[in-house]
Design a protein around this ligand. Structure first.
Ligand code: NDP
Length: 282
């Protein structure tokens, strides 16, 4: 039987409506949530991502500021910009759009962001909080996956979740969130042996690899929930990490690409911004 398609567009739309309502309620209390995005250079994909974030903020009633720095800007200028945003009490969330031009030290910049304004959840303080089960900011994409699972009432506790990918922005936080929800979690990566043997045990399989069609039907247990985080460009089309046509015949639930996880990422960025404003209370 064909899998139930997890409709990221519909879930994100409903979620963003909730965000807009929450924003209005906060504004009525005198708190105007404000996200500042720093964009360095002319990377076309980054320009699109930043425009999408700006539009989503405006639609939700969240104040948005985009600071554009030249491609050849110095580390010092970038760090001064972030420091000024840290000090600006009207700014609740700070996001530095990645990747940065090669001459800039990304890790240093991310470390500089005030952890309480780190709405991308990339600061080591927030990774540590997630690890320790303390409240903090969690990267938006894995948070979005958790919302999709919730929206479709997919139970997690006691299930075997297999995450392919161990990046700091997707794989590792994804695994920690599933663990916190009481799944038994296996993390796979490029050095994993017998990968298909592990993925076939997954009740929930998350692919965050960055390789088109990487997860094939023989790697999936019948009835499993398959979450495709991948975004790959093939012949001008966006495709995921999962061989969607074949796997959707075998899985119980599946996210399409586009129209799945990607839709949730910005929605959760907005949610993190509201949380930052709420915690600040100003
Ligand atoms: P990274 O390149 O940082 O990580 C990829 C991971 O996949 C690594 O841990 C790597 O292992 C693992 N991997 C690579 N090859 C294999 C293999 N043959 N077998 C098993 N594991 C393998 O990517 P990201 O985590 O940043 O992103 C992953 C995908 O998700 C990308 O397509 C990206 O575009 C997409 N993405 C989508 C978002 C969305 O909003 N939908 C947001 C962010 C990312 P190792 O660590 O050993 O190298």
């Amino acid at each position: 039987m064909a899998a139930v398609i997890i409709d990221g567009r519909a879930v994100a739309k409903a979620y963003k409506e909730g965000i807009a309502a929450r924003t209005q309620e906060m504004i009525a209390r005198g708190i105007v949530p404000h996200l500042a995005v720093v964009l360095v250079g002319e990377n076309p994909a980054s320009q699109v991502y930043v425009r999408n974030k700006e539009n989503a903020c405006i639609k939700a009633g969240i104040r948005s500021t985009v600071i554009r720095l030249a491609q050849d800007c110095t580390q010092e200028t970038l760090e001064e910009t972030v420091s000024a945003l840290n000090k600006d009490a009207s700014v609740h969330g700070i996001l530095v759009q990645l990747p940065l031009p090669k001459h800039l030290d990304e890790a240093r910049v991310l470390r500089l962001i005030d952890p309480d304004k780190d709405v991308d959840g990339f600061h080591a303080m927030n990774s540590g909080r997630l690890m320790n089960g303390q409240p903090g900011f969690v990267p938006c994409t894995p948070l979005g996956v958790m919302e999709l699972l919730k929206a479709y009432d997919i139970s997690i506790a006691g299930k075997h979740a297999v995450v392919i990918g161990r990046s700091n922005i997707v794989g590792k936080p994804m695994a920690m969130l599933l663990l916190a929800a009481n799944a038994t979690v296996t993390i796979c990566h490029s050095r994993t042996q017998n990968l298909a043997e592990l993925t076939r045990q997954a009740d929930i399989l998350v692919a965050a690899v960055g390789r088109a069609g990487f997860v094939t039907a023989d790697m999936v247990k019948p009835g499993a929930t398959v979450i495709d985080v991948g975004i790959n460009r093939v012949d001008g089309q966006i495709v995921g990490d999962v061989d969607y046509a074949a796997v959707s015949e075998k899985a119980g639930y599946i996210t399409p690409v586009p129209g799945g996880v990607g839709q949730m990422t910005i929605a959760l960025l907005l949610a993190n911004t509201l949380d930052a404003a709420e915690r600040c209370g100003c």
